[in-house]
Write a protein that binds this ligand. Sequence first.
Ligand code: COS
Length: 390
Amino acid sequence: MPPKAADRGKVDTATRDQLLGALRRFVNERLRPAEAAVAEADQVPPDIVDDMKQLGLFGLSIPEQYGGLGLSMEDEVLACMELGRTSLAFRSVFGTNVGIGSQGLLMFGTDAQKQRFLPGIASGEITTSFALTEAEAGSDAASVRTRAIRDGDYYILNGSKRFITNADTASLFTVMARTAPNIAGASGVSAFLVPRDLAGLSVGKPERKMGQQGAHICDVIFEDVRVPAANLLGEEGQGFRIAMRVLDRGRIHIAAVYTGTADRLIADSVAYAAGRKQFGQPIADFQLVAAMIADSKTEALAARALVLETARRRDSGADVTLEAAAAKYFASEMVGRVADRAMQIFGGAGYIEDYGIERFYRDVRIARIYEGTSQIQQIVIARETMKRGG
Ligand code: COS
């Protein structure tokens, strides 16, 4: 059943379809031809970043009153599916602004905080970053050790964060830090809006990683960083719950992106299988190859349905902790299987660089790890299912 008009954001269907068409053209004409060069240089060129800003990509999810496009979650996932059809590094450049870097502020910020930062986030003038993970706090996110000790009108931050996406370009961090050192768990954690230019904040070099070259992750170090108390997000002690709310939403976004990537890999597999001849016929005509395409397509359709349904539920105001975890779990595992089948269909051609399949194979591996591993999603799904009684 199609969603009720009231469930949509402010964007009407015609405008939404226009945007999706523009994104598809942008992906096909601008991003896909640049995939190999971006991977080689480990950098998305500034002119492409400028084009992304022009298209409104940094502000997809930011309300129109702050200069964004104000997409509903449903419309955002459709946009993500388009953007997932190219190298994942491109999406990463603006992904934090659309999702984990801005949503804490949107959901829990004061009017003054929103007025100050959201217009710059929507235009792309401000790049945001979400700083939760630490060396000793990955899956166990409630165990963060970075401290924020109140000192008059300031909090003094000390500690370090790890694997922080877009830290090298970010000018605003959402930082989860412990304001109550005597409280070990989630309740001792608070969230802060931390501008990059505060004294004592430094960013490490981008890590060299297995895939997604062009998307950068770095350490962020805080040495006696004086953060104005006005930059506290929500209330003291709410930081972990804010992070979880942000991740609930982020997991839907990620699931949509990788559903788009699966679509891309299936399209590439179909094109290759139709053109590649062995034993005197296209390999697509062999049933064992066709079966791989059928399995990939079926799983991609299932992910699409789950992601869309979850996004619609969120737009309606329902709690989607369970569904978001399920969507992220299924889509990220699914795209791994689809990439593996694509490699099998391409054979030796998939294993060399020229066709881009080995790059996608490496790129999608992180999907099962970041924004909560598959095992964390299983824990969340099981807990929520038991809470709901089935
Ligand atoms: N929304 C709102 N509140 C939430 C929540 C959610 N999705 N999940 C948990 N909370 C609340 C709980 O209700 C609890 O509050 P009360 O103490 O008031 O009951 C509090 O947060 C602590 O929750 P919980 O006891 O479940 O915390 P755990 O330490 O057991 O951790 C998991 C829960 C494992 C789910 C969490 O640590 C997690 O998601 N880890 C993965 C982190 C991650 O994704 N990292 C990726 C890097 S960030 S890009």
